[in-house]
Design a protein. Sequence first.
Length: 211
Amino acid sequence: MRRDEFLTTDPAFLGELSDECPEGYLALDSSSAPGSFPRAIPVNFALDGDRIYFHGALSGDKFERIGEGTAVGFSIVRPYSLLPSTWMSRGDSACPATQLFLSIEVSGRCESIEDPVEKAQGLQAIMLKYQPEGGYRRLTTEDSAYTASIRGTGVFRIAIESWTGKVRMAQEKSPEFRQKLLSKLRERGLPIDLATADRIARGLEFEKSDE
């Protein structure tokens, strides 16, 4: 990463952002088919330790490209507010306009899971993320009602080999500048602006407590 002040490798960041983001983007190389191009595919996913699980069909282009132990990229992004150039500079240049965000880039090996116990584990992790309120029987191979669904659903595992996180929340700016940003964001008042203001304010409070 070009600027170290935006870099994070805090394991808690990986877990928190994975829980917050409803989808990630799976990057696959082109296949051997004539005219094939690389693909970036949005998928629902869940993080479980150092593994990412997602599900899909047991046939088709994505399934064929994944194969066994295919090297893949996986990206997660949580967008925050777009800051117009007029907020960032007193001049009339468009260049200071910027987007605030959190992101993670993962490198790993992806494969289709055949073990029904691990398939159930991956599907259960996905359910815990997307239906945290419960209301369903836990997905296990011991529940015969799930046998056909587990058998007929493709479950895929990315074994994470490395990852980097990026935090772009104006932390390189002075506390005084960020306080002005808070005022502008709250005045504009879009839902994403209020979430952005809350995130920046938490950063300012953390810096104060760390002094």
